[in-house]
Design a binder for this molecule. Structure first.
Ligand SMILES: CC(C)(COP(=O)(O)OP(=O)(O)OC[C@H]1O[C@@H](n2cnc3c(N)ncnc32)[C@H](O)[C@@H]1OP(=O)(O)O)[C@@H](O)C(=O)NCCC(=O)NCCS
Length: 334
């Protein structure tokens, strides 16, 4: 698949559904340009939060249609009190007061996330002007994990030499345990399938099949064992998921090295899904691929939530937002 084909294919899939995605950062020009492109491409209906008069003027000045786009100023929304009450009820046991709920509900990331919780939107894309933590926290608190014994993690889609690679977890879990790492691999398998691809998962390490020793190697070995065990469950058996570890990145990706270091592996040399042992490795890895390898990156895409909320890099371009909205549409399909 070529790079443009990859994202075009995601757009084509998203177009089949009539989903509504919230963009909480209506003050950002990149978000408005992306919104226009999303409507032109018919990828999703949109709700943009912000100063409705200013946004409307921007669209009119550019001669763009607002068809399929709803503008909401949280402070003037008739739903504000409903969302405030919803937030208070969800978080009062955590010590949230009514006064704090009223303040938080005005925050666009909280307001947008509450729209999803209330069933008024299908997903949210934010982060052009917010840190990962500020975008992700409302989702963790309000939308919550889909699996009660599994955490939320993140994935980057890297389109590299015209091929997609799926990298996890580069943005959420700082130092996952073996169980958490296994869960990240399983969530990643589901995400890759959701994006129309076949997961070939490498559990990455600085060791291949015992070539190196150390605590983190032991962790990746244990995570591999746990993930392989979980993949025997009926929900996974007909999903065609391949997983192996522990593997170094060269053994995972290069078939010549794979023959030497991990002969017999059904993943080595052909991995497309890379699970990193911790956030340092994952975050540094994806940025090297982007900056030195020239890969296009989409993410962090959150996985394992009850409904999709996705983060943007603050250096993102309008085109990145368009891609993330299409990805969010696919994740919102039950
Ligand atoms: C994701 C992150 C922001 C959460 O931090 P936080 O808000 O301080 O988290 P807390 O520990 O206070 O938890 C807040 C809530 O989220 C939940 N939560 C935290 N991490 C979670 C996870 N991985 N999965 C599911 N829920 C999670 C907590 O259980 C808690 O829920 P509760 O309040 O209902 O009990 C934090 O893990 C983080 O900063 N990660 C690194 C982000 C980063 O800098 N990335 C690099 C840039 S891309």
């Amino acid at each position: 698949m070529s790079e443009s084909n990859y994202i075009e294919n995601i757009f084509a899939q998203a177009r089949q559904y009539n989903k509504t995605i919230v963009l909480p950062e209506g003050e950002d020009e990149r978000v408005l340009i992306a919104a226009h492109q999303i409507r032109e491409k018919k990828i999703a209906n949109l709700i943009i939060l912000g100063n409705t008069q200013e946004i409307e003027k921007y669209f009119v000045d550019n001669g763009w249609s607002l068809d399929g786009i709803t503008l909401i100023n949280p402070a003037q929304s008739e739903k504000l009190s409903t969302y405030t009450e919803l937030l208070y009820n969800l978080r009062k046991d955590k010590g949230l007061t009514q006064e704090d709920a009223a303040k938080l509900a005005l925050n666009p990331n909280y307001f947008g996330t509450l729209m999803i919780k209330a069933g008024d939107a299908d997903g949210l894309v934010s982060g052009a002007n917010h840190s990962t933590a500020d975008t992700v926290r409302p989702a963790l608190q309000i939308i919550k994990s889909a699996h009660k014994d599994r955490g939320v993690s993140s994935m980057f889609i890297m389109v590299c030499n015209n091929k997609p690679f799926y990298l996890s977890d580069c943005a959420i879990n700082i130092n996952p345990t073996a169980k958490e790492l296994a869960d990240i691999a399983l969530e990643s398998a589901d995400s890759v399938i959701q994006f129309g691809d076949t997961p070939r998962i490498a559990m990455l390490s600085y060791s291949t099949y015992g070539s190196g020793k150390g605590e983190s190697v032991d962790k990746v070995k244990e995570a591999t064992r746990l993930a392989k065990e979980a993949l025997l469950a009926p929900e996974y058996t007909n999903k065609n998921i391949l997983l192996d570890g522990e593997l170094q990145a060269d053994a995972a990706l290069d078939s010549v090295v794979a023959k030497k270091k991990a002969s017999g592996s059904n993943v080595a040399g052909q991995a497309n899904t890379l699970i990193f042992p911790n956030i340092d490795a994952g975050n540094i890895g994806y940025k090297l691929l982007q900056r030195l390898g020239g890969a296009d990156s989409y993410g962090p895409i959150l996985q394992g939530l009850n409904a999709p909320v996705n983060d943007l890099s603050r250096g993102c371009f309008a085109e990145d937002i368009v891609g993330m909205v299409a990805i969010t549409v696919l994740q919102s399909i039950k």
